[in-house]
Design a protein. Structure first.
Length: 123
């Protein structure tokens, strides 16, 4: 039977992967234009980096490395929120479409932040 902590790790990893898939599909369906393409490229980098850093954290050689990779994932989640907000506010994508992606990035960021605080013994 899996421990609670290992289930959480699997859940965040799976959520981050599914989120990267959603972002990839979202970016592929954006309207074309120079500003949209630049923002979309940045969004794709930051959103896929969330899951990649979670995977790296699981292979970390120390608790400190593990925490650092989760910090990178959190920074990527926050950057993703910035790019999504920019697409929403410039009306490059419908607000309702961006809204669900923003909500998931916020939830991922909250989970990562809570994990980091726990690892640092501040929670």
């Amino acid at each position: 039977m899996q421990s609670y902590n290992s289930k959480i790790k699997i859940d965040i990893k799976t959520r981050a992967y599914r989120y990267a898939l959603r972002i990839t599909q979202f970016v592929d369906n954006l309207q074309k234009g120079m500003s949209t393409e630049i923002i979309a490229r940045q969004l794709l980098k930051s959103a896929t980096s969330i899951g990649a850093n979670i995977i790296e954290a699981q292979a970390a050689s120390s608790r400190r490395d593990f925490t650092n990779f989760l910090n990178y994932a959190l920074k990527s989640a926050n950057e993703t929120r910035f790019w999504l907000g920019l697409l929403r506010d410039t009306k490059k994508s419908p607000a309702e479409v961006v809204g669900s992606l923003l909500e998931e990035s916020k939830e991922l960021a909250n989970i990562l932040a809570a994990s980091i605080l726990t690892l640092k013994g501040k929670r």
